[in-house]
Design a protein around this ligand. Structure first.
Ligand code: SF4
Length: 392
């Protein structure tokens, strides 16, 4: 029995690793899946996109996470300011080198000024090559008009995509897609729960490979491999080590190198929760029974009480959220990792730091870029941080 679990686990993990590796610059899996499933590909810039819409229009939604340090950013650097984050440059560089050729449509949104400008630069430089669109999410999510507005915005985006796919959006297909993506979000949350409950069963880098692969894979395929992977992980007979439990905030958009996160764990921590690729699970369960599934998606975005750094929501209390998460995950400290030049991540750091200072909860702040390649300072700082908690 143990051997069967080992085989399942190794096969699923290897598959996730291959998919992630391919997603940095080549996207050969996307090309193969398009052919096999007869779908088109939609690339969207993080943090969130209602992937159900793409699925219902016979497209594979793919989160554009940049090249993670695998490309020189020379062309992008010539087109952008020097003080912007790396993921925006990296996505532009991918398009400039024709590495997004398998995608028919690219979607951006107003998560921050930099992403907003990227959309304009992409349109100007790649007009006619891709269908490029932009979702302007509501700024005032407490307004009575916010849901109506976002539903209309989604409808406009759908019309553009219908012209690309020659498929009309059908409510029944969208309801089916909502059900499939609800399952995907539950599965991602289940992986995260394993990290709260028994992080020694699932090292962070394995967790991350599964979650990152989910950003590229057709949903049905991820559900199948993800479920097999979870079964195998739960069957592992591993024992806990003496490490400090930490939550990590700030990696919701540009992704840190996996070695950066691995160094945090190796320096004496268990990462029991983090914001990596949070957009894929943040919205939770969307009602599949609504008479208008498009409206249900808009409602889920506007009314979700969970904070998301790139959504301003005056009625969401981030201090309460932070303390609730610390209690739920039994975290002993918080590590903020902010991408260089990322204003939204730094704004959140200031908000969260205030409550941690007040409650006397230890925290540490580190900065990264997707191409960071030296981790010695990370190891030293995290070791000191973990020891200060352990021997307090
Ligand atoms: S990393 Fe930060 S600054 Fe860069 S696009 Fe994402 S949210 Fe905007």
């Amino acid at each position: 029995m143990a051997q069967i679990h080992d085989e399942k686990e190794t096969a699923a993990l290897r598959f996730f690793e291959n998919v992630v590796d391919d997603s940095y610059t080549t996207f050969n899996y996307v090309k193969e899946w398009k052919k096999e499933l007869g779908r088109k590909a939609l690339g969207y810039f993080p943090v969130y996109f209602p992937e159900e819409i793409a699925h219902a229009l016979n497209m594979i939604p793919v989160n554009l996470l940049g090249a993670s340090g695998r490309l020189p950013l020379d062309i992008a650097t010539a087109h952008t300011q020097s003080f912007v984050c790396s993921i925006t440059k990296s996505v532009f560089q991918l398009a400039s080198q024709n590495l997004l050729e398998h995608f028919e449509a690219l979607i951006f949104s107003n998560i921050c000024d930099v992403a907003r400008n990227l959309s304009g630069i992409m349109k100007r430089n790649f007009k006619g090559k891709y269908h490029i669109d932009y979702i302007h999410y509501p700024i005032n999510n407490t307004s009575k008009s916010a849901v109506n507005y976002l539903e209309e915005e989604y409808r406009r985006v759908v019309e553009g995509l219908e012209a690309v796919t020659k498929v009309n959006l059908d409510d029944d297909r969208l309801r089916e897609a909502v059900q499939l993506y609800n399952r995907k979000r539950r599965l991602l949350n289940r992986l995260l729960e394993i990290r709260h409950e028994s992080p020694w069963l699932l090292p962070y880098h394995e967790y991350y490979m599964a979650v990152r692969a989910a950003q590229f894979m057709p949903v049905e395929l991820f559900l199948e491999s993800g479920e097999r992977f979870i079964q195998a992980v739960l069957a592992r007979g591993l024992r806990p080590a003496d490490r400090v439990r930490v939550m990590v905030f700030g990696d919701f958009c540009e992704q840190p190198p996996i070695m950066f996160m691995k160094t945090i764990e190796d320096a004496g921590c268990y990462i029991v929760w983090d914001e990596a690729l949070v957009g894929a699970r943040w919205i939770g369960d969307v009602s599949p029974d609504s008479s208008s599934p498009l409206r249900a998606l808009a409602e889920a975005y506007v009314k979700n009480p969970t904070p998301l750094t790139v959504r301003y929501h005056p009625s969401v209390d981030k201090h309460k959220h932070m303390l609730g998460m610390i209690k739920r995950t039994r975290a002993e400290g918080v590590i903020f990792i902010t991408p260089k030049f990322c204003e939204p991540a730094l704004y959140d750091y200031i908000i969260y730091k205030h409550i941690l200072d007040r409650e006397g909860i230890p925290y540490l702040h580190l900065e990264y870029e997707e191409s960071t390649s030296s981790f010695e300072h990370v190891r030293t700082m995290v070791e000191t941080f973990a020891e200060s908690i352990m021997f307090d």
